[in-house]
Design a protein around this ligand. Structure first.
Ligand SMILES: Cc1cc2nc3c(=O)[nH]c(=O)nc-3n(C[C@H](O)[C@H](O)[C@H](O)COP(=O)(O)O)c2cc1C
Length: 195
């Protein structure tokens, strides 16, 4: 059984849709269990995160990077960084923003650097864009805007959070959840040389 922690934040509810899609993906994989951690609970549930084989981070893009709540979670883990306690865990990430690009790459980059500081192994999206080579509809295409470090979605800022995601963005989130759970099953760390 592999344990996949999904540590996530939403300020206004939009990113929660992508979180639900990622969790749905993890749940599709045999022998994978989800540890669902809203970032506000991360400090009190850190032992559960410690036991995870993979950590998927998800948050909105605010001012071109991770939201402050996600950054707070990252900084909470600095003691674990010193011990490299999360070394060899798998990491992955996703983000939602108002703009099609929205500087979401910068958010994913912040997550990648965080994962690397911990010695974690980053899992990319592993999905070609549905829109570059074909005339797919942007709402139905997976990876519609062509992001490769993680799953990204867009929600116009003037729609309610219950508007939900496009079909393509939702399927992209599900894809990431499946991919991380499958990678974790292959990658349960077996250290052969002492650190
Ligand atoms: C403080 C703040 C900063 C934002 N910065 C960006 C940004 O840099 N790029 C962008 O495309 N959208 C930006 N937005 C829009 C949000 O990314 C968008 O509304 C998103 O759906 C919010 O997710 P949430 O409902 O999960 O909080 C920002 C919104 C807020 C409140």
């Amino acid at each position: 059984m592999s344990r996949i922690a999904v540590v996530h934040h939403t300020g206004y509810g939009h990113t929660l849709w992508l979180t639900k899609a990622v969790i749905e993906g993890v749940q599709k994989v045999d022998h994978a269990s989800v540890i669902d951690v809203p970032v506000a609970e991360a400090e009190s549930r850190m032992e559960e995160i410690d036991r995870a084989d993979a950590i998927i981070m998800g948050c909105p893009t605010y001012m071109g990077t991770v939201s402050a709540d996600m950054k707070k979670f990252m900084e909470l883990t600095s003691g674990k960084y010193l011990e490299q306690a999360w070394s060899n865990k798998i990491a992955a990430g996703y983000t939602n923003s108002g703009g099609y690009a929205g500087d979401k790459l910068s958010t994913l980059m912040a997550m990648v650097v965080f994962a690397a500081q911990h010695g974690m192994t980053w899992v990319s999206l592993g999905l070609a864009t549905g829109c570059a080579a074909r005339h797919d509809d942007i709402d139905s295409a997976r990876n519609a805007t062509g992001a490769y470090l993680g799953a990204v979605s867009r929600s116009p800022v003037d729609v309610d959070a219950d508007h939900g995601l496009t079909q393509g963005d939702r399927e992209t989130g599900v894809h990431l959840g499946i991919r991380v759970a499958e990678m974790a099953a292959r990658f349960i760390p077996r250290r052969t040389v002492p650190a």
